[in-house]
Design a protein around this ligand. Sequence first.
Ligand code: SF4
Length: 263
Amino acid sequence: MSDGRALAREFLEQQRMLGGEPVILSDTASTPGSRPGSARPSATPTPLTPGVSPGKVSALPPAGLSYDPPGGDLFSNDPVPQAASLEVIARLVTSCTKCRLCDGRRHAVPGEGPGDARLVVVGEGPGRVEDDTGRPFVGPAGELLTKILAAIELPRERVFICNVVKCRPPENRLPQYDEIAACLPYLHRQVELLKPKVILAMGGTAAQTLLDTKQSLGSLRNRVHRFRGIPVIVTYHPAALLRNPNWKRPTWDDVRIARRLLD
Ligand code: SF4
């Protein structure tokens, strides 16, 4: 199989995983004299929706919530609002004991990605594999996230990926209100330092925390919200997509909106 054809097949497989209609590629490359209609597909992927190219949406959804929490007090003794870099934040997180989640963790998971990332992905909290490795979004949900990002032509290495809480809740339960409140200054400072162009909130906990609301994920989707003026797109968490493949299609719609805002 040629490189272009392999690329096209990989791309279409990603679209299928995200809920697109299946596209059948012929295994037989066309040759001069081959039958009409058996033309070899080009290396450029075919849009799954007529008139809509991959990574593009025709119109942005309406504006949603806007949340602008106060910045940290520069005169306090709290080192988090004054952390000068993402590395300093990571060091503070690694030694943090501000909430009970420190008791059961193997590794704190501050987040990872380049300091000039234009997209920040925020999830809920570390799971077992993340706790084992100290890295965010690894394991099956992480692999799906990597594919989602690749589908909008954004290599994972160019995205900053983190969670609302930096230590694993026992048995992967939802983080509790006081745990989120204790951990939130780290996320706020990360976003302050990164100044991303777009934030992708994956899952209800990330969306509700970033936007300071109790509205459901379903009602928050398909809006361009703002956190300190930065556009926030809300979508499903990859772990939820693994449980419910029907959500892959709406997730694909959401990430294309995020992609459009980056362009
Ligand atoms: S979850 Fe956050 S606040 Fe709680 S111990 Fe870990 S880093 Fe500290």
